[in-house]
Design a protein around this ligand. Structure first.
Ligand code: B12
Length: 284
């Protein structure tokens, strides 16, 4: 029997929830100061879960395992995959911002652009906070997205990708499954951002309440819906899936961050005004 530290799991969840509730960076400071993200979901995945090794085949052989991420730390101990946990969270985008983006059909709303820009900065602060919290408790911890080793990659199998996919971490941690547009559909929907930290501690894994990686998408599992296809202004979503090149080119060529007063604006039209925007379709 593995000895799980359930008290620590609870503390980590509280730490994440409190930070989302109280940190001033979780506010649209350049707009109306409303909260960027509402209450988070948190999940835990076992670092030795065979899924992480499979991600090398599914994503590309550049995708690092939780153990490999911990091993990049300068003071890396003799870690074993069995004693590693991936802590993953979902930050749901506020209803007000979702509604504003749902009304748009070519470019994102102001609130969405500021959510992409400032929301990811908040997400980084949260990653940093959880790493520091775990270190203070005496555990090794690393947030892949904050490391110089994090890199965007390309592979024949998955096109534009990276060496740590936050959505695949969330999938492993029981937080959701992929949709036709690639977005991860979670119990709080697809209009969200996610993050993760890899920690050198054994925590009980969250149950995955799905049997495959497409289960929550009505189009992929029941051949109905496909609304995200109509929502995409780039024509990047078809019944064959999401064309990342078209998506990325549209964002670069047709959406001007400066006109929103941000460095990066995103798009996210496929994430709003769709049945999976704020929940799992069959449950909403
Ligand atoms: C590169 C990147 C992009 C690229 C490519 C996106 C992509 N699909 O990979 C471009 C520029 C196109 C892009 C666009 C956007 N992005 Co982006 N992007 C990233 C980044 C930095 C890396 C993504 C990555 O590594 N993907 C890995 C590849 C392999 O993923 P994939 O192709 O989607 O995976 C497929 C296969 O693996 C497949 N699969 C096949 N067999 C199997 C078997 C199993 C068991 C499993 C689990 C899966 C699986 O399922 C997946 C879906 O088809 C992440 C941050 C991060 N580090 O994760 C953010 C991220 C994916 N982006 C995000 C967002 C929000 C966006 C935008 C909406 C822009 C915006 N902010 O307004 C758009 C549209 C996103 C979309 N429809 O996917 C969010 C996703 C949130 C969500 N709801 O899903 C992320 C996670 C950032 C974050 N921290 O929250 N992005």
């Amino acid at each position: 029997m593995r000895d799980f530290n359930s008290e620590l799991s609870e503390k980590i969840i509280s730490e994440i929830e409190d930070f989302v509730k109280t940190d001033k960076a979780n506010r649209l400071v350049h707009l109306d100061n409303e909260r960027i993200f509402s209450e988070p979901l948190v999940g835990f995945a076992d670092g030795s879960d065979p899924l992480f090794a499979r991600y090398r085949d599914i994503i590309g052989d550049f995708h690092l395992t939780p153990l490999e991420w911990l091993e990049i730390l300068p003071a890396s101990k003799d870690n074993e995959a069995e004693n590693i946990t991936v802590i993953s969270w979902i930050l749901p985008i506020s209803e007000k911002t979702r509604r504003s983006n749902a009304r748009k059909d070519k470019t994102p709303s102001r609130a969405w652009a500021h959510t992409r820009n400032c929301g990811e900065k908040f997400n980084d602060r949260l990653r940093e906070r959880i790493v520091m919290y775990l270190q203070k408790e005496g555990y090794q911890a690393v947030a892949p997205m904050l490391r110089d080793e994090f890199a965007r990659k390309e592979s024949l199998r998955s096109g534009i990708a990276s060496n740590w996919s936050e959505r695949h971490a969330a999938y492993a941690a029981g937080l959701g499954t992929f949709g036709l547009c690639d977005g991860l559909i979670t119990p709080v929907g697809k209009a969200m951002r996610c993050g993760s930290v890899v920690a050198g501690v054994s925590l009980k894994s969250t149950e995955r309440k799905y049997s495959n990686h497409q289960q929550y998408c009505s189009f992929l599992s029941r051949n109905s819906c496909g609304k995200c296809r109509e929502r995409c202004p780039a024509g990047a979503i078809t019944e064959d899936g999401h064309d990342k090149e078209l998506c990325s080119n549209y964002q670069q060529e047709k959406i001007d961050p400066a006109s929103y007063g941000v460095e990066i604006a995103g798009c996210g039209l496929c994430q709003t005004d769709v049945p999976c925007e704020a929940g799992i379709p069959e449950l909403t």
